[in-house]
Write a protein that binds this ligand. Sequence first.
Ligand code: APR
Length: 231
Amino acid sequence: MTGAIFILSGAGLSAESGLRTFRAADGLWEDHRVEDVATPEAFERDPDLVQRFYNERRKQAGKAAPNAAHKALARLQKNHSDPVYLVTQNVDDLLERGGADQVIHMHGGVMDALCAACAHRWPAPDVMQVSDPCPSCGAPKTRPDIVWFGEIPYHMDIIQDALEDSDLFVSIGTSGTVYPAAGFGQMARQLGIRTLELNLEASNAPFDEVIEGRASEIVPAWVEKILAPSK
Ligand code: APR
């Protein structure tokens, strides 16, 4: 009996859908330094550059298709007898398009716009500009609904409750370098929850078990194992 499962995913989950991970060998995000495109200060300094960067991310995410790992996690959430909390650092919507009903996006979503004046959210246009007026308050302060470095991730209360409710913690395709997500495994261990990592290459964090390989192969295989007894 596995019980409730907490799944934390990162860029490695979407890598085989063609979306580049962040910490690739060159250490750049699509040729940009993080602080030039993913901080509130960058948006203040050069909003057009930041908008261009995320307009491109949105275009790529929109063209990408969910891979076998996204679909397997959706299948797990639907068919497991206990709750499956899908917490992701990814800003694409590939888990939803893979069939998942409930995804907790702790770093926001690139498919949404956020008004920096009144915090209203709406589906992003293909090409977003700061001057797009907010449909709610009319302010021309539109930004992507992304949690930038220096900002507080979304849904932390829900995430804490989900972790406390879980019997198994699974980290999928994340390097475990960005907090607070990087600390969830440690929190799980302190709560006495078993921990498992599924990753192309094991990260440095301590896990009870590590399975190395491509997400599109190892995630469906693991999901089948979990679902097998209840078939
Ligand atoms: N299958 C499984 N894992 C993979 C694959 C694959 N095909 N390809 C890469 N990986 C793994 C890498 O081994 C690495 O551990 O995915 C991980 C990607 O790590 P990062 O690029 O650091 O991405 P992530 O951990 O999601 O980054 C966290 O950092 O910049 C911020 O907000 C951004 O949400 C992001 C956060």
